[in-house]
Design a protein around this ligand. Structure first.
Ligand code: GLN
Length: 403
């Protein structure tokens, strides 16, 4: 729909970077309209993870495949902002922007071995970011270390008259202190995040990280986020409903693609949208319109909004009980080969891949994925820290201590 489209104005985040003298190198690939968790459903084709070409991984792969063509076993970057993660991971740039509605910055960051920051909802302007789910979207930041993420966040954060959801309070510069003592911290480990699908490598890394905090003197406690199991289905109802509404603006008149049909305006709209959207986008528009039908609105959309509140309150309760940050996995495992990933459809894949990330968006909290170690195959593994709303600086300070 927007192939080759050049917007007539800059997003606030882009303008802020330009104002600070940043050099913008280009646009990065992603799933169409940021709908996905693999960066495999974009109009420019899938994004390849640079780690697919690491020596260690290729050698391990060769041993495993016994002569099969190992080139066909390249790895996904995760998504949806996979191009940005790949660009930073391959050392082509200092930092990159993405978006995070259900995990699209943290997920590819974990897959590609870089830092992926989802700021608090309302801290960074969404003006110029194409909306996926307005009530959850935030611009995300990819860097190679936590300090760099803080530098970029310091530039981007702050009130924007063009985005009424941005906070009014003046933003202090994000300079991260060097934390030397973690003994006053309380780290929460949500028990619902220990799911059977979690790979043993990520699980043992997660527990090791908790032990590290404990040996630094921090209090590490198990906590409960009881509504976690509803988060995937709740996200799907809310996401598709907002998508149905948001995508209505792409009608062939104002933006991008227009189908060359002159029978009637309605026929032009229909043909343009038929041609311009991929199946994932079309599927979400249909699902969302179903949930928004008069007879379904109460039972689906309103119900999902209530469940969202319960999910958000789970986090509030945990933080009110004295927890400073939550420590969780970011994704289930190391990056997987493309051929494995596409065995499931987009909806199932998103539901499986976003289980540790999407509740955070429903609660509007800041979260960061940090690369921690390499797997047995030599691929990066990441963990996620989730902080209190607008305590982005504290979150990053703790992540930096751990890094
Ligand atoms: N995987 C989720 C989805 O497809 C999240 C996407 C995102 O954060 N942009 O909706």
């Amino acid at each position: 729909m927007l192939k080759g489209y050049v917007p007539p104005y800059n997003a606030t985040v882009v303008q802020k970077l330009l104002d600070q003298g940043a050099l913008l190198m280009g646009k990065t690939n992603l799933d169409e309209f940021a709908m996905g968790s693999g960066s495999t459903d974009g109009v420019f084709g899938p994004v390849k993870n640079p780690w697919s070409y690491s020596k260690q991984y290729r050698e391990k792969r060769k041993q495993k495949l016994h002569g099969e063509n190992e080139d066909s076993h390249w790895l996904i970057t995760g998504g949806s902002s996979g191009g940005s993660a790949a660009a930073v991971s391959a050392f082509t740039c200092f930092a990159a922007l993405g978006s995070d509605t259900g995990g699209s910055t943290r997920n590819p960051a974990a897959n590609c071995g870089v830092v992926g920051l989802k700021p608090s909802y309302g801290l960074v302007s969404r003006h110029g970011l194409i909306p996926l789910v307005n009530s959850m979207d935030v611009p995300g930041i990819f860097t190679r270390c936590v300090d760099d993420a803080a530098i970029v966040l310091g530039i981007l954060a702050g009130h924007d008259p063009k985005d009424s959801t941005t906070i009014q309070d003046p933003i202090k510069p994000f300079m991260l202190p060097n934390l030397t003592d973690v003994s006053k911290l309380c780290i929460g480990i949500p028990k619902e995040y220990l799911v059977p699908e979690l790979s043993s490598e990520v699980q043992s890394l997660w527990f090791k990280a908790a032990n590290l905090f404990e040996s630094g003197g921090a209090k590490v406690i198990e906590v409960s986020l009881p509504h976690t199991s509803y988060s995937s289905v709740c996200y799907q109802v809310l996401c598709t409903s907002e998508v149905a509404s948001n995508m209505a603006r792409f009608d062939g008149l104002e933006y991008g693609h227009r189908c060359d049909i002159d029978v009637s305006t309605e026929a032009m709209y229909a043909a343009t949208r038929q041609e311009g959207f991929n199946d994932v986008v079309k599927g979400r528009i249909l699902a969302g319109n179903f949930f928004l039908l008069k007879e379904n609105y109460e039972n689906y959309f309103i119900k999902a909004q209530k469940v969202r509140r319960l999910i958000a309150n789970d986090f509030v309760n945990v933080f009110n009980s004295g927890v400073d940050v939550l420590l969780t996995p970011t994704i289930l495992s190391e990056a997987i080969p493309y051929v494995e990933f596409i065995k499931e459809d987009n909806r199932t894949r998103s539901a499986q891949n976003d289980i540790f990330t999407q509740a955070v968006n429903m609660a509007g909290l800041p979260a960061v994925s940090v690369p921690v170690a390499l797997s047995e195959q030599g691929l990066p593994l990441g963990l996620q820290f989730i902080g209190r709303a607008f305590c982005d600086q504290q979150l990053l300070t703790i992540a930096k201590w751990f890094e």
